[in-house]
Design a protein around this ligand. Structure first.
Ligand SMILES: *Cc1c(COP(=O)(O)O)cnc(C)c1O
Length: 425
């Protein structure tokens, strides 16, 4: 039976058999017991897929990964200890020293630092392009070393919308996959795989967890990219791997080769797994994702409409607002609402912004976004502090930008809070 995404939020992943626990059990165990050494040896040879050590796989983590794979329309997924780990793993699973990445410039600050600086130190080069660039501009960024294209459906915090279909098309013309960070819309509002993305990553820390309890990430594979067809570009997936006694990942794992390789090599060598306890909390969050995201979007829409005409607001960006520079792209990729995040500037610049934020009572100042409670942040002095002015501009982060993450409180109370804080500047 094909289920609606609202039902998948609740029922996918953990499917209890007769007399089993109704709620996903927490397998808080580092290891698993075996009756014979030979039994365990088979696991190390990938001849048996039994659980043996939680750094590689754990039943609680796997059930939650399977739910998210189902929500995104992928064939396999892996949970990571943070969103940053998910992005890092998604890239280095197919890129190594000497390779080249093309990325949208409008991405999360941490992803920008990772690609522009840390991966560069690893010998992986990168070129940044606009999220709404033309196919020709994107094509011009390719080199014979390019192995992947990266972008963010709805950029945190710039709220620029990625032209996923164009990015996927040009990536595929160049025989490489497209990876999309879909953290802000969540699969409730956009499923990038349906627009041609090959891999989807998330910081599950945000709406998926939704209650600000657990840092985490996930990588989802669509199973659509034909690694074997482009074997010359991705030999680590398609040729015998020394690291696994000459096994070939595309033979071993078929359509799930990308996640299979990530589990058996990157997780083995680098770690970065979530604790089963955190995965349990993430799963609780996922059970109400469809309800919460809907309310976040409704509330944010009302907040955006209230702010857009306010005399103390100098500018506002919310892609669902008619006239927004990303309105057309949002109508295409996020027709049912973008997210609960609204960005704006207040008249009076930085000082007024700080005063306004300090005067908020319901909304708290937090290095967070996308959880149940309304919160507010000034990225230029916090999350994007390491960027210079031109990098900030390329990322769409104005120095006076206030990121307002609309929670699921009663929207009248959120607007009343904004109103009293704006009255004081
Ligand atoms: C927060 C965030 C990340 C990083 O995730 P962590 O869980 O904080 O490591 C990556 N991408 C986006 C879009 C984010 O909002």
């Amino acid at each position: 039976m094909t289920k609606n995404i609202n039902t998948k939020c609740i029922h996918s992943g953990w499917v209890p058999k007769n007399k089993e626990p109704r709620q996903l059990p927490i397998y808080q165990s580092t290891t698993f017991k075996f009756d014979s050494s030979l039994d365990m040896a088979k696991c190390f040879d990938l001849e048996d897929d039994a659980y043996f050590y939680t750094r590689l796989q754990n039943p609680t983590n796997d059930a939650v990964a399977a739910k998210i794979a189902d929500l995104e329309g992928g064939v396999a997924a892996i949970l990571t200890s943070s969103g940053q780990a998910a992005t890092f793993f998604s890239l280095i699973n197919i890129c190594k020293a000497g390779d080249h990445i093309i990325s949208s410039s409008a991405i999360y600050g941490g992803s920008y630092n990772l690609i522009a600086h840390t991966l560069k130190d690893f010998g992986i080069d990168s070129t940044f392009v606009e999220p709404d660039c033309s196919p020709e501009e994107l094509q011009a960024a390719f080199t014979d070393k390019t192995r992947v294209v990266f972008g963010e459906t709805l950029a945190n915090p710039a709220l620029k919308v990625l032209d996923i279909e164009t990015f996927a098309k040009v990536a595929h013309q160049n025989n490489v996959p497209l990876i999309v960070d879909n953290t802000f819309p969540t699969p409730i509002k956009c499923r990038p795989i349906e627009w041609g993305a090959d891999i989807v990553v998330h910081s599950t820390t945000k709406y998926m967890d939704g209650h600000a309890t657990s840092v985490g990430g996930v990588v989802v594979d669509s199973g659509n990219f034909d690694w074997q067809k482009h074997s010359d570009l991705f030999p680590d997936l398609t040729k015998p791997a020394e690291t696994y006694h000459g096994s070939v990942f595309t033979d071993l794992f078929g359509k799930a080769a990308y996640i299979g390789k990530m589990t058996t090599t990157l997780m083995r060598d680098l770690g970065s797994i979530p604790s089963p306890q955190n995965s349990f909390l993430l799963n609780l969050g996922l059970e109400t994702l469809h309800l919460r995201v809907q309310r976040h979007c409704e509330n944010a829409n009302k907040v955006a409409n209230y702010l857009k005409d306010h005399e103390k607001i100098s500018w506002i960006k919310y892609p669902d607002l008619m006239g927004d520079e990303d309105y057309d792209l949002a109508k295409k990729y996020l027709p049912d609402g973008s997210s609960g995040v609204v960005i704006f500037g207040v008249k009076g610049g930085r000082d007024a912004a700080t005063k306004f934020m300090d005067n908020l009572e319901l909304a708290s100042i937090a290095t967070h976004v996308a959880d149940a409670k309304t919160c507010v942040l000034h990225p230029a002095s916090t999350t994007h502090r390491q960027m210079n002015d031109s990098e900030l501009e390329a990322a769409g982060v104005k120095p006076d930008l206030i990121r307002f993450s609309v929670g699921i409180e009663d929207v009248d109370d959120i607007i009343a809070d904004l109103s009293q804080a704006l009255a004081k500047i």
